[in-house]
Design a protein around this ligand. Structure first.
Ligand SMILES: [Zn+2]
Length: 598
């Protein structure tokens, strides 16, 4: 019986390019997870989009003397291109400046207001007398009152991850002109988190969370504990979604409030684009559906606590059945951070592996492979170029790629380009095939539990078993004395490889598709990603990444490779990298880092 699985992936700000840390933190784990569930026959909806609002966009726009729209559209196009090249199969990757997202976000606000989970409060905020405006959080920096970090952002400290109010900063200064802002009064709406905690949020966080990562659930419980306060959800800003109240001109919904609503609005948009406007409800209102949120650890509060609070407070939207309630997150498998050669990744210091740049020199699967084996699931990890090289050459090429290539070329040349017909199977043959077959259940469970590193390492261990079998049988010697015995060996190996192809495919989709063809299959394991432009009723047009799964024929089950099947002409799946790339890449990074500081 299939399940409905919502794969929600953190919305990147469309004000900077995507680097290796972003990919391994959220986009790639979400994609591997979604691909597995599609193969397993589940109904997957994987959504995200560009965050076009927040001050990260306006900061860049002002710096470059462009409009916020020019900035976000430039980066949004780059994201779509990157995901196509890297094989991140979003059912919909849209953005937050659509009519749909504006309307849905305003409806969330109105529903929370009606249910009395919002309150108004006058607060003091930092105001720039030089610029004649209130300063958004990200326009302010200063010293973190918790850890003493001197360049803490107004909304969050990058060192200790504490969420901040900019007026808590010690010695605040404007990031635009360095001047010292003053405090002024302004009125805002607040999300009444203490009331929501009493209404069930706190209890919900205590129940049935055994499958959550301990750091995530502990962090969320702690946040909802003692000292919980309401949080402002509006801002004095020109760029964003207007507060839907006639007497609140000039104020916008705070970006952290509306960006998370994107998971819901993107699902609504996806259904609308398909011409099945109610289809999204299977993921949002059916109690058996499971919703997963792939994010970085700096986003735990917003997803585990605040988004859950918004959903609980709204209860239902665009839904008449009184028995239905919006689904709360089933799991929030937040990842830790990836560093780079022992130092924290930094866009401003240009210390990063930019994914579009890396794809100019490397195939997507070696990058996906390394970003999975080094995925920061339980603790911070480190991208090291020597490790990338070693993993590519010793594991991807030597263990998996060479195995597939040796067996396929042998069959192609010595057995007339077909899968040989086996003689009677010996114990060793049956053992190998049943060992591979037995891998599907546990490896699928590991992926389903978001333990992707362990899952991939189990698949690689099975590939090593097949190598051992092939070396022991040595069909290249067998064939000189007993052609049928050699044929049996090759049949067993090809069948094992055919199964490994499926087990590897969520991680390594590009090479798995090629292997699928070399093994003589028609069609593809997965569906097709494409970009499409959508025009809304009010005339706004946006381009989104979409996925059509209907052409994918892959299934999460052991091989049924038929003897006699005609093989495609095989080519190596992966390329061995020269040792020199380590020094080249390190020199390239050092030069960029130096240029950024000049
Ligand atoms: Zn701090």
């Amino acid at each position: 019986m299939f399940e409905h699985i919502l794969v929600s992936i953190a919305w990147p700000y469309a004000s900077a390019k995507i680097h290796a840390g972003n990919v391994t933190g959220s986009h790639l784990p979400g994609d591997i997870f979604a691909r597995y569930h599609r193969l397993a026959g589940d109904r997957v909806l994987m959504v995200s989009g560009s965050d076009t609002h927040g001050t990260p966009i306006t900061v860049v726009a002002e710096r470059e003397n462009k409009s916020p729209r020019e900035i976000f559209e430039h980066f949004h196009r780059g994201f779509l291109d990157l995901f196509l090249r890297l094989g991140i199969t979003y059912d919909l990757f849209t953005h937050t400046d659509t009519e749909n997202h504006h309307r849905v976000s305003q409806d969330f606000f109105s529903a929370l207001l009606e249910k009395e989970y919002l309150y108004r409060q006058v607060q003091e905020q930092l105001y720039s007398e030089v610029q004649g405006r209130f300063l958004p959080d990200r326009y302010v920096e200063g010293t973190c009152p918790v850890c003493g970090y001197e360049a803490a952002r107004g909304d969050q400290c990058d060192r200790c991850n504490t969420l901040l109010d900019p007026k808590d900063l010690i010695d605040p200064r404007s990031k635009v002109d360095g001047s010292s802002p003053v405090l002024r009064q302004t009125e805002h709406y607040f999300l009444d988190l203490p009331k929501l905690a009493r209404a069930g949020l706190a209890e919900w966080l205590q129940q049935g969370k055994e499958h959550w990562r301990p750091n995530v659930i502990n962090f969320a419980r702690h946040y909802v504990g003692e000292g919980l306060q309401g949080r402002p959800i509006t801002r004095d800003l020109a760029w964003g979604i207007p507060v839907p109240l006639s007497d609140w001109q000039g104020k916008c919904l705070y970006v952290w409030f509306e960006a998370v609503i994107g998971y819901f609005s993107a699902s609504v948009e996806w259904a609308h684009n398909r011409g099945e406007p109610e289809a999204w409800k299977d993921w949002w209102y059916e109690s058996a559906a499971k919703t997963f949120y792939f994010i970085g650890k700096d986003n735990i509060t917003f997803h585990a606590v605040i988004w859950s609070a918004e959903l609980m407070g709204v209860e239902r939207l665009y839904e008449d059945r009184p028995s239905k309630k919006l689904n709360l997150p089933y799991d929030v498998p937040a990842n830790e951070f990836m560093n780079l050669e022992g130092k924290k990744i930094s866009g401003s210091r240009n210390w990063a592996v930019w994914m579009d740049d890396a794809l100019d020199r490397y195939d997507p699967d070696p990058l996906r492979y390394y970003l999975t084996v080094a995925m920061p699931e339980a603790r911070d990890t480190d991208w090291r170029w020597d490790d990338f090289l070693r993993r590519n050459n010793d594991e991807l090429v030597a263990t998996w790629g060479n195995l597939a290539h040796r067996a396929l070329t042998f069959a192609y040349r010595r057995f007339d380009g077909r899968v040989p017909a086996p003689g009677p199977l010996e114990d060793i043959d049956v053992q190998l095939l049943s060992q591979i077959e037995a891998g599907f259940g546990p490896i699928g469970e590991l992926i389903g539990a978001c333990k992707l590193r362990s899952a991939l390492s189990e698949v690689m261990a099975l590939a090593r078993e097949v190598n051992r079998y092939l070396d022991e049988k040595a069909p290249w010697f067998q064939i000189k004395e007993d052609r049928e015995a050699a044929g049996t060996t090759i049949y067993v190996v090809l069948k094992a490889i055919d199964s490994l192809k499926v087990l590897f495919s969520p991680f390594l989709p590009f090479s798995s598709e090629r292997l699928h063809q070399y093994l003589g299959y028609e069609g593809s394991l997965f569906g097709r990603s494409y970009t499409s432009a959508f025009e809304e009723e009010g005339g706004r047009v946006h381009t989104a990444l979409c996925y059509d799964g209907s052409s994918g024929t892959g299934e999460w089950k052991p091989s049924e490779l038929p003897a006699g099947q005609a093989l495609g002409e095989p080519e190596p799946l992966f390329k061995k990298l020269d040792e020199s790339v380590v020094d080249e890449e390190r020199a390239r990074m050092a030069a960029r880092n130096l240029a950024a500081q000049a």
